[in-house]
Design a protein around this ligand. Structure first.
Ligand code: NAD
Ligand code: UDP
Length: 311
């Protein structure tokens, strides 16, 4: 098949492009390089089935493809809050442009949505049936509401125009090729630990997250795309939940670091707890994560050590 991956030069997108090429597909990677980088895909450039298109998804584009993975959107709070209006345009206009393409060429389209559609959840763990608790006017809203609108657009194109859609809600995912300066907890803590700098826990560190290794996530994403008669939404993530403080201590141990934990103010609207209920993914896709947190973190630390010359 000919497969379009928007945001293909980003963290998740580059792993997905790699996987699709391995399966023998032709891959078009579309990216504006806002948070993605050529480093992430340089190893794919020599493959004659790989094509790179520098393009901003806010603008329409004409391509002929069989599948569209719509991943283009900055994902870390530091990046998506840098230009919130652009973040919203990317989610909303990007979804409209990609859905228009899917409709025109009768391609199947998968939208990368997020656990952020559940906001600061009052239901725990989060199932797909939960409608969420999102602040519509806060500093995270450009991302959360943009993704919620993208979900709405997907469902409406499906009902109104019979577009063949797939919706996944991705929970915190980590691994090699995360951007170094994206401010996310995994990259921040690992880099601080490797440099023996203070580990910056926001708030008292009692907030929880559940971290999924990138290869598991890509497997779930591909299974969902090729699953017939199931639009989703489906949660994809690792249900093993840790407090952020536990997570800091784990990273100090794994890296053998001399770092100490320090506490800084909690950002506005930071969700207090997050853990996916992945029963639906198990039933419909036969999917569950395989990589243990310690093993995934060790591989990620090795990657960052290489990046900063400590490998
Ligand atoms: P990332 O920032 O590494 O990748 C996003 C990619 O999209 C980058 O390559 C960026 O340059 C590109 N992009 C951004 N705006 C664009 C635009 N207007 N036009 C074209 N390209 C544009 O982030 P990621 O972690 O790889 O996330 C990929 C997708 O998965 C995003 O849609 C994100 O919302 C979603 N997601 C990720 C996570 C996670 O934990 N990583 C969790 C939930 C959802
Ligand atoms: N966090 C932290 N220190 C950091 C970066 C993040 O304590 O240096 C916390 C953050 O406040 C949040 C959690 O870690 O509670 C996950 O943050 P991230 O930005 O990685 O993802 P998200 O909040 O979008 O789940």
């Amino acid at each position: 098949m000919r497969i379009l991956v928007t945001g293909g030069a980003g963290f998740l997108g580059s792993h997905l492009c790699e996987r699709l090429l391995t399966e023998g597909h032709d891959v078009i990677c579309l990216d504006n390089f806002f948070t993605g980088s050529k480093d992430n895909i340089i190893h794919l450039m020599d493959n004659h089935r790989f094509e790179l298109v520098r393009h901003d998804i806010v603008e329409p584009i004409l391509l002929e493809v069989d599948r569209i993975y719509n991943l283009a959107c900055p994902a870390s709070p530091v990046h998506y809050q840098y230009n919130p209006v652009k973040t919203l345009k990317t989610s909303v206009m990007g979804a409209i442009n990609m859905l228009g393409m899917a409709k025109r060429v009768k391609a199947r389209i998968l939208q990368a949505s997020t656990s952020e559609v559940y906001g600061d959840p009052q239901v725990h763990p989060q199932t797909e049936a939960y409608w969420g608790n999102v602040n519509p006017i806060g500093i995270r809203s450009c991302y959360d509401e943009g993704k919620r609108v993208a979900e709405t657009l997907m469902m409406d194109y499906h009902r109104q125009n019979k577009v063949d859609i797939r919706l996944i809600r991705i929970f915190n995912t980590y691994g090699p090729r995360m951007a170094e300066h994206d401010g996310r907890v995994v990259s921040n803590f690992i880099l601080q630990a490797l440099r023996n700098e203070d580990i910056t826990v926001y708030g008292d560190g009692s907030q929880t997250r559940s971290f999924c290794y990138v290869s598991d996530l890509v497997e779930g994403m591909c299974r969902m795309m090729e699953c017939d008669d199931f639009t989703g939404p489906v949660n994809l993530g690792n249900p093993v939940e840790n407090t952020i403080l536990e997570f800091a201590e784990k990273i100090i141990t794994i890296t053998g670091s001399k770092s100490k934990v320090i506490f800084s103010p909690l950002p506005q609207d930071d969700p207090k707890q997050r853990r996916p209920d992945i029963s639906l993914a198990g039933e419909r896709l036969g999917w569950k994560p395989q990589v243990e947190l310690d093993a995934g973190l060790a591989r990620t630390a090795e990657y960052f050590a290489g990046r900063i010359g400590k490998g």
